[in-house]
Design a protein around this ligand. Structure first.
Ligand SMILES: [Zn+2]
Ligand SMILES: [Zn+2]
Length: 841
């Protein structure tokens, strides 16, 4: 074949360096430098015609540096962004640093270096690592939440919410970690212990705190989930966290004229309510407690006050409680039923009081059994004994009411409405929708965060800092250790917190709490396109062009915090006229987790993998592909050193193939090679060449679909199969170039180098994703003749290239063959690829 000769000629004239083995360090250094020099990763934000905002969750720049979990997340997002760029989109892929917060502060305390010194160092280190990993980041738009030019606007957002009545100060029971010496979010409490201090029991404290009233958006946060394209798991986590329930507020009156309101989702079980339980903090407890019970009640309340909110809420532990010596009237039966207090009832949820229905609620059943309280069945399946109850029966799908005069025989769902309506008429009930979601406590009694922009004046009260005075700069404090008083370290710095009142000029005091780190990250995606703007938080025209975010990839550990808060801030800013959309992330995909030896990586287990060593040894491209090959990206995988060499061999094979065919003379774009000398598809193609062309189209089809679906592991597997086929056949530039383009998102430096060797002078990232011909992509079927002992017994259509094992199995499954071979062990099998299976018995 003529083109074959030309190929060997090229090989002979190749430069020595080009024949050298693949040296990832040299290739990666070269391309990282060139990308920066050429601005390959830059996007023209103002002029982009097909904007694609590819967002990944920005990291906290720890002193330990980038860990493999970060890199796993970023690589998956980077592949997707690069793929979209090759599909012709203008991809904006920024990255920043979530650098405020308790992690940085605790680490700074540990090593005795000020965070203001430590953080810039860590950020520089992260940037270096991220560059080495080959991420397509436009660093011109990097942000750091600790930069006053950034947190000026975080404070501005606080002011907007404050103006709208969405930021309020209230006294509330909060989780207090005595080791962190600050308030924790419920999500930071694990089984009663601090997430960061597994040996420290979390306490409950009552403090004045700033809250964002996210609960006002509960319905919208929930309803909008139906309109977004999100990973199912993430949507479910968020739905459960919002926790909508339909029910009724019912009133239990006391002889003294007090009204105890309870929320229940099961008004149909009201006739079975045999006692009432109040939260120990319930405001009526003092008034209702009988003298003889007061000592016990007070002791129990003290004990509860020392517990954390989460442990109380989980409620798996032994039930405890105290009778307060008072009674209330069940509005349905008219009976006087006892009032108890118990720690599993919380002021924060519902009304701080429940009606207990032990017959149909497991927790109430356990409690009633322990304290010998009456248990009454009020719902029964048809034919079920209406009296006996040996356990709680919460769900009786076809149940009807019993022991409920006036409602007996009514299906329970109907009774829900009927009983609520009847009580509404007597002013003893109201139908309501309740949410589990709480208001977002944003106050932190720590140092390393943006000061909350509020000033307290004895005359004017709470005065917001005027916008023109932003940012309220966090002062450089040498002693920033938190203490146990519940006030921020900033409260020790009088020179900072004493300021004139903006309204009257009298001496006033700044708020000394800083805001929650989650507020910093609740709007960073709005800032990126406008990162260079000093005058506005986000430019209107750029925001209109680039937002909402086109695709967001991140971990489910942020499903209920970050994603919820970011959605809330977006909705609030939209309602206040600052944005034109209310869902920031119409598309979100959760990636899986990398584990090591079956366990989540953690410092305490000592199984954390630091990527640097692997990148040094194998190259970033090999390491990127290895991480993606561990398992389906949305499920994660188990990290084993042993697999890396397989990926490296795969790249080595392509390198070898590219060496064989690739020099400028073989390229065909802008290289001046006459069209008739191009090697698109060999003119005199034999069966092998045609098979390879088909295989190429099949591979393009698979890699396209899999990359689109984030099924990176199977996309890599498809490319591997194709490379193996190329090695057996006659490779050409036309067969290799599309592969190199498909490889570019996965192994960008490597692909650039091959691309250049094919004679291209521009970045492979400016090439187009290859198209496939679906007629060619269909697997070609060939007819196999199946013989038993040399006699033709059947004919079989199988994909071309079916290996022996699969062909024999298929042959033996044919009835005409099975008749002869069943129960017998073949002596041997004669196999002619794509033609014949002869089973010799
Ligand atoms: Zn702690
Ligand atoms: Zn004043």
């Amino acid at each position: 074949m003529a083109w074959g000769r030309r190929k060997s000629l090229c090989f002979l004239t190749m430069h020595d360096a080009q024949r050298a083995a693949y040296d990832p360090q040299a290739v990666e250094r070269k391309w990282q430098a060139r990308w920066e020099e050429r601005g390959t990763h830059r996007v023209d934000l103002a002029g982009a015609r097909r904007p694609f905002y590819n967002l990944m969750m920005f990291p906290y720049p720890s002193a330990e540096g980038l860990h493999v979990g970060n890199l796993y997340a970023f690589t998956g997002a980077d592949i997707f962004g690069r793929y979209q760029r090759l599909r012709g989109r203008d991809v904006f892929q920024p990255l920043g640093f979530d650098a405020f917060g308790i992690h940085s502060e605790n680490y700074a305390l540990k090593v005795g270096v000020h965070p203001a010194e430590l953080i810039p160092r860590n950020i520089e280190n992260f940037r270096t690592q991220l560059r080495r990993a080959g991420l397509m980041v436009d660093w011109r738009y990097a942000v750091s939440t600790t930069d006053p030019a950034y947190y000026k606007w975080t404070q501005w957002i606080f002011l907007q919410l404050h103006k709208a009545g969405l930021a309020v100060k209230k006294r509330a029971a909060v989780n207090w970690c005595p080791a962190c010496k600050t308030v924790l979010a419920n999500e930071q409490v694990v089984g009663g212990y601090c997430e960061r201090h597994p040996d420290t029991l979390v306490e409950q404290r009552t403090l004045d705190q700033w809250f964002f009233t996210i609960t006002r958006y509960a319905a919208k946060l929930l309803d909008n989930l139906a309109t977004v394209d999100w990973s199912h798991s993430t949507r479910t986590l968020q739905t459960n966290w919002i926790g909508r329930s339909e029910g009724a507020d019912l009133v239990f009156e006391t002889p003294g004229g007090h009204r105890i309101t309870v929320f229940t989702t099961r008004p149909d079980t009201l006739f079975g309510a045999t006692y009432v339980v109040l939260a120990p903090e319930h405001p009526l407890v003092d008034a209702l407690t009988a003298t003889e019970c007061r000592a016990d009640v007070n002791a129990y309340r003290r004990k509860t006050a020392a517990m954390d909110v989460v442990t109380r809420r989980v409620g798996e532990k032994e039930k405890t409680g105290v009778f307060i010596g008072a009674y209330a009237r069940n509005p349905a039966t008219g009976d006087s039923i006892p009032i108890w207090i118990a720690d599993y009832v919380l002021m924060e949820y519902g009304t701080g009081a429940i009606m207990a229905v032990p017959g149909h609620d497991e927790r109430d059943f356990e409690f009633a059994t322990k304290f010998a309280l009456p248990i009454v069945r009020v719902i029964a399946a048809p034919g079920q004994d209406a009296a006996a109850m040996t356990r709680a029966e919460p769900e009786i799908p076809d149940g009807r009411l019993v022991n409920s005069p006036g409602y007996d025989g009514m299906p329970w769902a109907e009774a829900k409405r009927a009983i609520t309506t009847a009580l509404e008429a007597r002013h003893l009930g109201t139908a309501v929708v309740n949410y589990r979601l709480h208001d977002w406590c944003i106050s932190r009694q720590r140092y390393w965060g943006p000061p909350i922009p509020i000033i307290y004046c004895e005359v004017c009260g709470t005065v917001p800092v005027p916008e023109r005075d932003l940012p309220v700069v966090l002062p450089q404090l040498e002693d920033f250790r938190p203490d146990d008083t519940g006030v921020s370290p900033l409260a020790r710095n009088e020179a900072w917190y004493r300021v004139p009142c903006p309204a009257c000029g009298r001496t006033a005091r700044r708020e000394t709490d800083v805001s929650d780190t989650f507020l910093d990250s609740a709007w960073y995606f709005l800032r990126y396109p406008s990162a260079d703007r000093r005058d506005v938080p986000f430019d209107a025209a750029l925001t209109k062009r680039w937002l909402p975010v086109t695709s967001y990839l991140g971990g489910n550990e942020h499903a209920v915090l970050h994603l919820m808060y970011a959605r809330f801030i977006t909705m609030a800013l939209r309602d206040l006229g600052h944005l034109g959309f209310d869902e920031p992330f119409p598309r979100f995909r959760a990636h899986g987790l990398i584990v090591k030896d079956g366990a989540k990586m953690s410092k305490s287990r000592g199984n954390v993998v630091i990527p640097d060593r692997y990148i040094e040894q194998w190259g970033a491209d090999t390491f990127r592909m290895y991480l993606m090959f561990l398992g389906p990206y949305q499920e994660g995988g188990d990290f084993r050193d042993a697999g890396i060499v397989g990926i490296r061999r795969f790249l080595d094979k392509i390198w070898g193939l590219a060496q064989k065919v690739g020099t400028g003379a073989q390229g065909h774009r802008g290289t001046g090679v006459p069209a008739d000398q191009r090697t698109d598809v060999p003119a005199d193609q034999g069966a092998d060449a045609e098979g390879l062309v088909r295989h190429l189209h099949r591979t393009i089809q698979r890699v396209t679909a899999d990359t689109e679906a984030l099924a990176y592991n199977t996309a890599i597997a498809a490319m591997m199969e194709y490379v193996n086929a190329l090695q057996k056949g006659e490779p050409s530039a036309a067969l290799l170039e599309p592969l190199v383009v498909m490889l570019a998102p996965y192994a960008p430096h490597f692909a650039e180098e091959c691309w250049e060797r094919f004679g291209h002078t521009t970045s492979v990232m400016d090439a187009s994703w290859p198209a496939f011909d679906s007629a060619l992509a269909v697997e070609e079927q060939v007819e196999f003749v199946v013989q038993v002992n040399g006699k033709v017994r059947s004919r079989l259509l199988l994909p071309r290239g079916t290996p022996e094992g699969a062909a024999v199995t298929a042959a033996q499954a044919e009835p005409g063959v099975a008749r002869f071979t069943e129960g017998k062990v073949p002596r041997k099998v004669i196999f002619v690829p794509d033609r014949l299976v002869n089973i010799v018995l």
